[in-house]
Design a protein around this ligand. Structure first.
Ligand code: FAD
Ligand code: UQ1
Length: 423
């Protein structure tokens, strides 16, 4: 086993990367290969690194949590240094960060890849409720295995799945949890005892037209009661009651309340930018990192770039989007390091493999203008081959490609399959 030195003594790095998740490791890997040994530092507090896209399958009993876990120290790229601490605050006018442990680290260039913070605390009673029977969430390594246990022990009543009134990573995951639960209940022969409700703050199931129709068909076939413009504000676990505020067309509270009794409650948590970021000079008024949407460069500090979920770019927050972000910042930060201007534009790519049962997936790939599909096949239809890609190919791409800085997204494959299609 390779060992990595965790050091605190070095206090300056040519490139400092904040966050050792999908984006942070990918960025560090790319630049550690180009820069002299010891030039790249990664600040990341967590001991364990999870492949979060696998959580959906863990919740459906299709993978173990353990299979989606690696020790962070085994993932830190060779030529770089891991600072196992948390950024407490940023001082970009002095090119330094302050750590929770009290140390200060300075940098020439910085990549911020802090992801989002799960905010169960924004729902009254949710944190307590997650410790009680019936309540789970595939967003958290602590409560994702509970999803499968609850689906397997469900005896009857309302099974409620919620989607928050904030930005959220992998916006398809709450729906995936709903459809997987439906499959499990059918396999167990208890589906007729369940009333399944998908309660979303959005005005429809999905933002991209070409996948919306397919998802509406799935929800109808599965007899899911889809309730739009509902925002979960409280969980009363003593009475097993989920309390929603009803929203208007602009997603503002109407003052009206709906209470739904649950046997199973799957919470799609509100998300925000991590605290240190949202209180920093890098944040816009929503708290997310204010970047130029094309170059991914900080709007105020040109030696700093963003990657991944923590930015205010309009793309869907996914690991697939990170692949495209990495390609963009590799080029643009490289340019800035050479005293030149950024020259590459992020194409807005994101992907969300929508698991609609325990063996079918709609491989949604898109940017804000519409679908950007990689294969020559119709990806809006649920298929077994897309499930196999989600289950077997994506984890390999993540562990061996994305976080090692080798996977820049499927644009090249997409261009080849476009040529095939047009022939
Ligand atoms: P992360 O990978 O979350 O990493 C952020 C890192 O920053 C963390 O390690 C954190 O500890 C660290 N950090 C936070 N605050 C600080 C601080 N103050 N100081 C230092 N470090 C800090 N994406 C897909 O493409 N396909 C899918 O099918 C898919 N399914 C998903 C299903 C679920 C249930 C979930 C939860 C996510 C899913 N995603 C999927 C989304 C994907 O996991 C994220 O978009 C991706 O991990 C984003 O990478 P990131 O580097 O921005 O954030
Ligand atoms: C992807 O690149 C990626 O990151 C490695 C994911 O996260 C695990 C994905 O879910 C998807 C769908 C992609 C896109 C890749 C292909 C080959 C369509």
């Amino acid at each position: 086993m390779r060992t990595t030195t965790v050091i605190y003594a070095q206090s300056h790095f040519k490139l400092l990367v904040i966050g050792g998740g999908a984006g942070g490791l990918g960025a560090a890997s790319k630049f550690a290969r180009k820069l002299p040994k010891g030039s790249v530092g990664i600040v990341e507090p967590r001991e364990d690194h999870y492949y979060q896209p696998g959580f959906t399958l863990v919740g459906g009993g299709l993978m173990t949590l353990e299979a989606n876990k690696r020790r962070q120290e085994d993932l830190i790229p060779k030529n770089s240094k891991w600072i196992q601490d948390k950024v407490q605050s940023f001082e970009p006018t002095r090119n330094l960060v302050k750590l929770r442990g009290g140390d200060e680290i300075s940098y020439d260039y910085m990549v911020i890849a802090m992801g989002v913070q799960l905010r169960f605390d924004m729902i009254k009673g949710a944190k307590e409720a997650l410790k009680t029977p019936g309540v789970c969430s595939n967003y958290s390594p602590f409560y994702v295995e509970k999803h499968y246990k609850e689906a397997m022990s469900f005896k009857g009543g309302n099974a409620v799945f919620t989607f928050p009134n904030t930005p959220i990573k992998c916006a398809g995951a709450p729906q995936k949890a709903c459809y997987i639960t439906d499959s499990i209940l059918r396999q167990r022969g208890v589906r007729d005892r369940a009333h399944m409700i998908y309660a979303t703050s959005l005005k429809r199931l999905f933002g991209i037209e070409s996948y919306l129709k397919s998802l509406e068909k799935v929800a109808k076939e599965k007899d899911i009661d889809v309730r739009t413009r509902r925002n979960l504000i409280q969980v009363d676990s003593d009475n097993k009651m989920a309390i929603f505020e009803l929203l208007d067309d602009d997603a503002k509270p109407t003052g009206k309340i709906e209470k739904i009794e649950y046997s199973l409650l799957h919470i799609g948590p509100p998300c925000s930018a991590p605290e240190a970021l949202r209180t920093s000079p890098f944040a816009d008024k929503t708290g997310f990192m204010d970047v130029d949407g094309a170059s991914l460069q900080s709007k105020t500090f040109p030696n700093v770039f963003g990657v991944g979920d923590c930015m205010n770019t309009p793309n869907a927050k996914t690991a697939a989007a990170v692949s495209s972000h990495l390609k963009t910042i590799e080029r643009n930060l490289g340019q800035v390091m050479e005293g030149k201007q950024p020259c590459m534009e992020y194409d807005g790519y994101a992907s969300c493999p929508l698991v609609v049962s325990t063996n079918r997936v709609i491989l949604a790939e898109f940017n804000s203008k519409g679908a950007m599909e990689t294969t020559p096949f119709d990806q809006s239809k649920p298929t077994y081959w897309a499930y196999l890609m989600k289950r077997y190919m994506m984890p390999m791409l993540y562990w061996n490609g994305l976080i090692k800085g080798y996977w820049n997204g499927p644009a090249t494959i997409r261009n080849c399959s476009r040529m095939l299609k047009s022939k």
